[in-house]
Design a protein around this ligand. Structure first.
Ligand SMILES: CC(C)(COP(=O)(O)OP(=O)(O)OC[C@H]1O[C@@H](n2cnc3c(N)ncnc32)[C@H](O)[C@@H]1OP(=O)(O)O)[C@@H](O)C(=O)NCCC(=O)NCCS
Length: 162
């Protein structure tokens, strides 16, 4: 069972291991440097103190080990987007689904949001499964320009507050 907790500056090396290998193939495209990961943590901590929140970020922990990150980013007063990444060697155990389910509950209760949206790269079907298992439905395709200028058809999903 995973737990969600606030990130701390000491998480930087563990979070750098999360943002490497296959975990970054369809997201950042490359392993993040320690400095980039430290910046991510700093941003998360700064934004955690803002009111109203424009972003909520959690570390995903398995016992005491940090194995991933999950975040909500507010896009309108009542809608936020969900994103997550897990360290490659922890995939396939249901951990991302568990984390997403926790965050969905948080979004519709504590954060009082009405709608969540998410997207994944077409070559990353595991992420679509995570969203489906967390209750999201496919709402269409969103073309996103890749660095080479080619438009990639991302799969878009949404979940309305029950
Ligand atoms: C997407 C990701 C978070 C999944 O993490 P995870 O902990 O392995 O996810 P879960 O174990 O909860 O669920 C994975 C589901 O995908 C399925 N799956 C895995 N590989 C698959 C594939 N190639 N094709 C179809 N389904 C696949 C699994 O079978 C499982 O579904 P099931 O329970 O119905 O069998 C992880 O692969 C990751 O970090 N990827 C890189 C970052 C990323 O792409 N983030 C999403 C963008 S926001």
């Amino acid at each position: 069972m995973v737990t969600l907790r606030e990130l701390t500056p000491d998480d930087a090396p563990a979070l750098q291991r999360v943002y490497s290998g296959a975990s970054v193939r369809y997201t950042t495209g490359r392993t993040l440097t320690l400095g980039e990961v430290q910046n991510k943590i700093r941003t998360a901590l700064t934004r955690a103190a803002e009111e109203p929140h424009r972003q909520w970020t959690w570390g995903i922990a398995l016992e005491n080990e940090l194995i991933g990150r999950i975040a909500l980013r507010r896009r309108t007063p009542a809608m936020a987007t969900l994103s997550y990444v897990l360290r490659e060697d922890t995939w396939g155990n249901g951990y991302a689904t568990e984390a997403a389910q926790h965050v969905v509950r948080f979004a519709f209760t504590t954060a009082a949001l009405d709608r969540l949206e998410a997207m994944h790269h077409p070559a990353n079907p595991a992420s679509g499964r995570v969203l489906a298992k967390a209750g999201f439905t496919r709402i269409g395709t969103f073309h996103r320009q890749a660095e080479d200028g080619i438009a990639v058809p991302y799969h878009a999903y949404a979940l309305q507050r029950p």
